[in-house]
Design a protein around this ligand. Structure first.
Ligand code: ADP
Length: 393
């Protein structure tokens, strides 16, 4: 059996150290635990804000962190030849941008957490800026007065650069989609009005085939108008942000059901709901989320009249809202895809639509910091779920 002496422990960490790309830290956080309550009082409750404005406090605390060892992987990462070189300049790896993250860790430590994982820009010993992902695990139980931590780091500079490039090109694409759909509206409007005019004034001089062709033109222009409107709505989501406000989901649903009243009656739909929460969101956008999901639940119905249930449950720090139907369902292999733009599973003839509704739902939910997913069984029905972080009104 291993005794809990420093010698035995060093043997253990030497072994781990050989196996994984990590550096090893020895931290004395005993002072930290004691100083946090005083700091909290001094900061008037806003410890994070206080520490952010007074970085010297952090440095004073971080001064107690001592790097014990660093392996070859970490040496290469921080661009130094010898360990001594790293030890001499270990403090310069933190740059101002990484400070807030460091502060978060200190706050987490004070709360008694012992594991962090994060991404941060740092600086190598040669002064080159890189982006790393790291995971740190502290082992307070292994030593009496000090805490041992193992920190594992990998260089993600290239991945970060790719993410930024992707974000830029996504932004350009969004702008393009907006400008294109906006500018396409005008010529399309002219085509639509003149096609309708031709149809009204000259349908009597057209033979049967001519009239049929004319109706294809009109149908096509209408569909295109729908597509352009939806595309414009989707790209507007990126360009215009609106203020958040308390949104009573129950009132919102009443409002949506009023808009969908004719459809509800036509289909003989029965709609039930749980008690619904008040969330903090962009009201019009959330209305859109409910409207798109409920309209789909009404649209993709099977033989029986639609039965729709709007559910809500609280889990952790979020609300999970759901729209369940007893409709035609979605094939299992399509469940992942249906939130993509223009993705449609069912035929346009049977179920008209643009394939943009769910892309809009996903965008809005993501913009609010939530997730969206679906469970479904073909022939039985689908349940669409989305989460919203629970911020108190
Ligand atoms: P649209 O309804 O305009 O076709 P959406 O983006 O809203 O576009 O939906 C994409 C596709 O997902 C639909 O064409 C349909 O195949 C499938 N779908 C969405 N909601 C449901 C539902 N409640 N039941 C069955 N299939 C659905």
């Amino acid at each position: 059996m291993m005794e809990s002496s420093a010698m035995d422990f060093s043997h253990v960490y030497e072994t781990i150290y050989e196996l994984t790309p990590l550096s090893l830290w020895l931290c004395d956080f005993s002072g930290l635990h004691e100083s946090i309550p005083a700091l909290k009082e001094q900061s008037g409750g806003d410890l994070r804000g206080y520490l952010e404005q007074n970085p010297e406090v952090v440095w004073e605390l971080s001064g107690k962190v001592q790097v014990l060892n660093i392996n070859q992987h970490a040496l290469r990462l921080f661009e130094c030849e010898r360990k001594e070189e790293f030890f001499a300049s270990a403090e310069s790896v933190f740059i101002p941008e990484s400070l807030p993250l460091f502060i978060e860790q200190i706050i987490a430590l004070a709360r008694g957490e012992y594991f962090f994982q994060a991404e941060s820009p740092v600086q190598t010993v040669k002064g080159r800026r890189i982006h790393i992902m790291f995971a740190t695990r502290l082992f307070p139980e292994l030593m009496e007065s000090r805490t041992i931590g193992l920190s594992w780091q990998i260089d993600i500079t290239e991945r970060k650069a790719m993410e930024e490039a992707l974000q830029r090109s996504n932004h350009e694409l969004e702008q393009f989609a907006y400008v294109a759909s906006h500018d396409l509206q005008e010529p399309l409007r002219i085509i639509t009005s003149f096609a309708e005019l031709l149809h009204r004034r000259f349908h009597h001089v057209l033979d049967e085939r001519g009239a049929k062709h004319m109706s294809y033109v009109i149908d096509g222009t209408k569909r295109m108008q729908g597509l352009i409107n939806d595309l414009l709505a989707l790209s507007r989501l990126n360009l215009e942000r609106r203020p958040h406000a308390p949104v009573d989901c129950s009132t919102l649903i009443d409002d949506v059901l009023q808009t969908l009243e004719v459809l509800v009656e036509e289909r003989g739909a029965r709609i039930t709901r749980d008690p619904l929460p008040t969330i903090i969101a962009e009201p019009q956008r959330f209305r859109q989320v409910f409207q798109n999901l409920i309209a789909n639940a009404l649209k993709f119905h099977g033989e029986k009249p639609p039965q729709i249930h709007i559910g809500a449950r609280h889990a952790g720090h979020e609300w999970i809202l759901s729209i369940a139907d007893n409709g035609i369902g979605i094939p299992r292999n399509q469940l992942e895809n249906i939130f993509a733009i223009f993705k449609r599973v069912h035929s346009r003839q049977e179920y008209p639509g643009s394939g943009i509704g769910l892309a809009i739902v996903r965008k809005i939910v993501h913009q609010h910091g939530g997730r969206v997913w679906v469970e479904s069984e073909e022939g039985k029905g689908s349940t669409f779920y989305f989460s919203v972080p629970d911020k108190q009104p």
